[in-house]
Write a protein that binds this ligand. Structure first.
Ligand code: AMP
Length: 416
């Protein structure tokens, strides 16, 4: 029988992992430089957590979650995003007690049953961060600046940042009523998807990808004109700080995110290097979520970004991660030297030097071919003659220079 990976999932092969590891390390470096600490939460959680946090009316909860009953008949869901779990862990472990502001990050797989296409998978990876416990616009901008720093660090310049304010529990319901009234006037002309959204989620109609919907809603009132004083002030401060930090942005009054928990700032980073799935990262403020999940009122802000889409851009640019090749290939010229070769390779590895030797009893010629294929920096060929004299030729396979060395010095020489 032929087994195949499940639709929408992908093996990350040994030829691809060096790039993944390099990118993950860059991301971790940036997070650590901004003083965010990693949190690792379980891959599955109670379904109720996601219903409560992401919102029952969102696409994620409505049609994309991998939900199943386990043997105890509990409803379990594979996490579709990271924030809900991070905040559940924050509340459960009283992280707020130790620190007034918890700065946490995560990297890991997420699961959504979407229609697979380029840049859209069913198991994909996100990295993201949450600053839990601060109401200030400075924190929103730190999160945005950190997201952008990651792309900059990886040489990605072709992106754009859109921001919006989605208001709070006071001004948003008021605005939604105004918008709903306007949308109802043209309801029969809107796409079926948008018609369904008018009642429960009218702001999503403004974000519709349907061209006819876009034209019909072109002059609809926008939330940015209906913010209360506090939200408007917060939004102004975010904009002026972004400008002060030299981070270009555009205000998109139609930007809403696919999760219900956002308040005030919402942002999205897109790249024209990607196809129709052009969103690289998104985030925003969520002042009500911690309380919603059983904690104290704790204003927070965060972001999540997709790894696969970032990889797509890097691969397109021909980005080469540092090589993970052995520093030295130790070859046996004849049978008598095989044991010495094995032992020396082990010694080199114990000294922290990536080393390789032949495990397939191959001829010297094949071993040398393998050393080239592995892109080893050096090779050392040892046979009975070399063992007798205690000396051998160390070849530099990059510049083709060579030097005679004492076999007993090999670890010291390679280490310098
Ligand atoms: P979201 O949690 O929906 O705001 O998504 C944040 C980021 O995760 C997006 O901007 C994408 O880069 C990435 N992402 C979301 N869904 C998928 C998916 N199904 N496949 C690959 N990447 C995704």
């Amino acid at each position: 029988m032929n087994y195949r990976s499940i639709k929408g999932t992908k093996d990350i092969l040994p030829s691809e992992t060096p790039l993944w590891q390099f990118v993950e390390q860059t991301i971790r470096d940036v997070f650590h430089q901004f003083n965010y600490k990693e949190i690792r939460t379980p891959i599955f959680e109670s379904t109720a957590l996601f219903l409560r946090s992401i919102g029952e009316l969102t696409d994620i909860v409505g049609k994309e979650m991998y939900t199943f009953e386990d043997r105890s008949h509990d409803s379990i869901t594979l996490r579709p995003e990271g924030t809900a779990s991070a905040i559940r862990a924050y509340v459960q472990n009283n992280l707020g007690e130790a620190l007034p502001l918890s700065k946490i990050y995560y990297i890991g797989p997420m699961f959504r049953q979407e229609r697979p296409q380029a840049g859209r998978l069913r198991q994909f990876h996100q990295f993201g961060a949450e600053a839990v416990g601060s109401p200030t616009a400075e924190t929103d901008v730190e999160i945005i600046a950190m997201t952008i720093e990651i792309y900059k660090r990886l040489g990605i310049t072709n992106y754009s940042l859109q921001i919006n304010s989605v208001g709070d529990e006071e001004c948003r319901p008021r605005y939604k009523e105004i918008l709903k009234a306007e949308l109802l006037k043209i309801a029969d002309k809107l796409s079926f998807e948008s018609q369904k959204r008018i009642e429960q989620n009218p702001m999503r109609v403004l974000d519709s990808k349907d061209e006819n919907d876009k034209t019909l809603t072109a002059s609809m009132p926008l939330i940015t004109d209906h913010l209360n004083e506090e939200c408007a002030k917060h939004f102004e401060r975010v904009k002026s700080l972004l400008t002060a930090y030299g981070i270009p942005f555009t205000v998109n009054g139609r930007l809403v995110r696919g999760l219900d928990y956002y308040t005030k700032t919402a942002f999205e980073i897109t790249s024209s290097e990607l196809g129709s799935q052009d969103a690289l990262a998104g985030g925003g403020r969520y002042d009500l979520l911690v309380k919603e999940l059983g904690g104290k009122q704790t204003p927070s802000v965060g972001f999540a970004a997709g790894m696969e889409r970032l990889m797509m851009i890097l691969e397109k640019k021909g980005f080469q991660p540092p090589k993970q090749s052995p520093k030295i290939f130790v070859a046996a010229a004849d049978e008598t030297a095989r044991e010495w070769v094995l032992q020396t390779t082990m010694k080199l590895r114990s000294a922290g030097i990536a080393s390789e030797c032949d495990l397939l009893s191959r001829s010297l010629k094949s071993q040398m071919k393998e050393a080239d294929r592995q892109q080893a920096q050096f090779s050392l060929v040892v046979g009975s003659m070399e063992l007798e004299s205690g000396k051998a030729l160390l070849k530099n396979l990059t510049d083709h220079s060579q030097q005679e060395i004492l076999l007993s010095d090999i670890v010291t020489i390679i280490n310098t």
